[in-house]
Design a protein around this ligand. Structure first.
Ligand SMILES: *Cc1c(COP(=O)(O)O)cnc(C)c1O
Length: 223
């Protein structure tokens, strides 16, 4: 059944993003909304495309492969972001499908991405995921190693890193994590900052987010 609520919720989120940008003295056009469609299908995605949304995010390569190739063919201007962990055996498929990969976090993956780009001729834009909470359950490079890892991505693998991404630990004040990520990006001279989800995107915008990743506040709760 068509997700008839999603377009109105999309508009509300865009309004809230604009207000948060204004409150922070920032240009709203400098903040991109990545609409996160994991677990949702065309009945949810098509109404949001019709409402003008063009940037989408998925956290699993396998799931994205099942729904996005056909949508990208129909709507060539769509931009698809991988926001979930990337295994080395999925790198080639990820390079072929995604326009932005936000979760680069290990040298092995960086090497595989470089090989995949050479092989396919595609060059998805890249973010490095930083595990700001140092959680064993989360992917990403630890904050003290971020600088060295970004340097290696460029020097050892010829990868251009556009920015940093983080997922703060649940139950902690996200502002501390967003501030840390912003400081790391500033130190590295990186412009992109992917941070903020349905529950905390206004805080992320106040802390300098250039990309917010929002799923449930647009599409509804997930099973
Ligand atoms: C699911 C997901 C989101 C969106 O989360 P919501 O709380 O539904 O907005 C953002 N980022 C990542 C990495 C996700 O996996």
């Amino acid at each position: 059944m068509e997700n008839t609520l999603a377009p109105a919720r999309l508009k509300q989120i865009l309004d809230r993003m604009a207000k948060a940008a204004a409150a922070a003295g920032r240009d709203p056009a400098a903040i991109a909304l990545v609409a996160v469609t994991k677990t949702f299908g065309e009945t949810s995605i098509l109404p949001v495309i019709a409402a003008g949304q063009r940037i989408f995010g998925e956290n699993r390569v396998q799931e994205a492969k099942a729904k996005w190739p056909i949508l990208k063919q129909r709507f060539p201007e769509l931009e698809l972001h991988l926001i979930g962990p990337l295994q080395s055996n999925k790198v080639m498929e990820a390079v072929a499908l995604f326009d932005v990969i936000q979760t680069v976090g290990r040298p092995k993956i960086a090497a595989a991405l470089a090989a995949g780009m050479r092989r396919t001729g595609r060059r998805p834009r890249l973010f490095v995921q930083v595990n700001t909470g140092g959680e064993a359950t989360k992917a990403g490079v630890d904050p003290p190693n971020a600088k060295e890892f970004v340097r290696r991505c460029g020097e050892d693998f010829g990868l251009v890193i556009e920015g940093l991404m983080c997922i703060p630990p649940s139950g902690e004040d996200p502002a501390a994590h967003f501030t840390l990520l912003g400081r790391l990006a500033g130190d590295l001279g990186l412009k992109g900052l992917s941070m903020g989800m349905s529950g905390d995107f206004e805080t992320a915008i106040a802390c300098g987010a250039t990309h917010v990743r929002i799923g449930s506040a647009i599409f509804g709760g997930r099973e």
